[in-house]
Structures are given as C-alpha cells and as structure tokens.
Write a protein that binds this ligand. Sequence first.
Ligand SMILES: Cc1cc2nc3c(=O)[nH]c(=O)nc-3n(C[C@H](O)[C@H](O)[C@H](O)COP(=O)(O)O)c2cc1C
Length: 294
Amino acid sequence: MTTAVEYDGAEAGGKPEAENYAHESVKTRDSRGGKLRVKGPALSQDELDVLRQPLQLPFSGRTAKNRFLKAPMTERLCQWNKEGEDISARGFPTAEYERLYQRWGEGEIGIVVTGNLMLKYDAVEGYGNAILCDDHDNRVEAFQRVTSAAKKHGPLMIAQLSHPGRQGNAVLNPNPVSASDVQLQVQWMGTRFNEPRPLSVDEIRSMVADWGETAYLCHRAGFDGVQIHCAHGYLLAQFLSQTTNKRTDAYGGTLENRSRIVLEVIAEIRQRLADPSFVTYGRGRFSVRIRAVL
Ligand SMILES: Cc1cc2nc3c(=O)[nH]c(=O)nc-3n(C[C@H](O)[C@H](O)[C@H](O)COP(=O)(O)O)c2cc1C
C-alpha cells in the first residue's frame, strides 16, 4: 500500500465521507459562482454546546477552554532578508504577524496552532515564513510578544514545526534534502523543485537535534506545545512515504523504520524539555500532524 503525500498522486481508497451528505450550491460575488458546499448533518443545541465546554488534553493535563481549534495556516508575514543580506535575517516576527495572533487570540478559540514555523533558514515553505532555530537577534523575545498577545484571551498556543525537505521551491531551497533522491516533478506558476539529496545517518541525527532545539526555543518563547508537521508531503512525510523513501538503512523499508525519525524527534523533544517547569505538561505535550494512508 502507498502513503498519500501532497503531490505524488497516491490516493486513499473508498468513497469520500462527504459524499454521504447533500451538497448545496453557493453563489459567489464573481462570475465563477456555483461552488459546492457540503451540508453536514443537523446538530442539536446540546451537541453545539459541547463545543463551548473545556477540554482536558489527556497526556499533558492542559485544558483548552473550548473545543475550537484554529488549524495551522501559513502566514508568510515575517521579515525576509533583502538581496545580499544574510539569510539569518529571515523569519523574524513582524508587527503584522503579532497582530494576526492577537486577533486569533481574541477569537475565543481553545487551541491556536501557528502555520509552518521553520527549523532552518535555508529550508522554507515560502517567503515570509516564521523561523526559529537560534536567538542571534533576540527573536525568542519577539516570538514571546506574539504568544503573549495571542494568549491574553486564554487559548493554548501551539507552534507547528516544519521542514519542507524536497518540497520547497527551487529558488528558496536550491539544495534540498530528503529521505531519498526522489524529485518532486510538479511545476506550477513558475514554481519548481530541485532534486533532493538523501540525508546521511549523521545528518538525520543532527536534524533530530534541530527539532529539539526549535521546540526548546518555542518553549522559551511561551508556546504551550509544538506540533510536528509530518503531513502534506514535507520532510517527515517524505520519510513515512514509500513513494519518497527508498532507503535501505534503519530509516527506510518497514513502517517501523520509516517512522523512526518521527519517533526520534519526539524522544528528542521530550528530553530537551524535561525541565521541572514543564513537568505539568507531562508526556505528550506535542502533537503530530499526519496525513497518510498506510
Ligand atoms: C492559506 C492556508 C494555509 C495553510 N497552511 C498550512 C500550514 O502551514 N500547515 C498545515 O499543516 N496546514 C496548512 N493548511 C491546511 C489547513 O490547516 C487545513 O488542513 C485545510 O485548510 C483544510 O481545512 P478544513 O479541514 O477545515 O477544510 C493551510 C490551509 C490554507 C487555506
């Protein structure tokens, strides 16, 4: 069986659940119109009230004030390096980024997950991505301003940690790395992807440590947890998928081997954040986003 990743065309089997429900047409203001929207089953007031109730997260013991979760949506609002400027100027939170999270925070949402927060300056999903891998320019403090603004109204604030692997456009990611050298062949609107270089085992170890470092910096910056992005065809999904992982070492082949890097990232984060002030969050204060059919 194959693992579905963003662009490799692998498909889940069976009928989409949405087909069980009636669809309705929606008129839009422009001439395109006629978009389809799924009409879900009617909910009773009691069922709707559940959304207002607090939710205790079983592993961390933290409580979300209600059951709404803001999905990760890449913001592309952070500072970017100018031509010729060092790339470590990238990814610094701007006033716009802070303001965005202040507004999400005002939205009475139980859990706010950020969009892609990148682990490296040279491996990004797009211009304007947030990046947190060191504190050379006091960016931890800048991220602290963002988390304080968002948390004023009580949501839990989760950073989505992300690395694009082969799936970062060639202009911003000229020398991509991945599980194997399987190039993403998709091209659109001038975007193309370079052939990735497989990570060596030593590089995987160093990459795992990077995940731990970013999680540690996120903790310092006031995030309540991190989500490890293993979905949408990014680096960790490239390890999980047989389409993109052709390795014959301990990180390829069986599902256990293909998952190894993810489990190592989790172990590394636990180890890096094992300080007493974090104990109240307990085990599993991270979350993993997987979009896969195994
Ligand atoms: C503008 C935009 C940016 C997104 N950025 C991310 C992202 O950074 N990380 C991620 O995991 N998903 C991202 N997504 C996917 C969303 O989290 C979500 O899964 C998707 O919009 C489907 O939402 P729905 O299930 O409510 O329809 C993005 C979606 C949109 C529309």
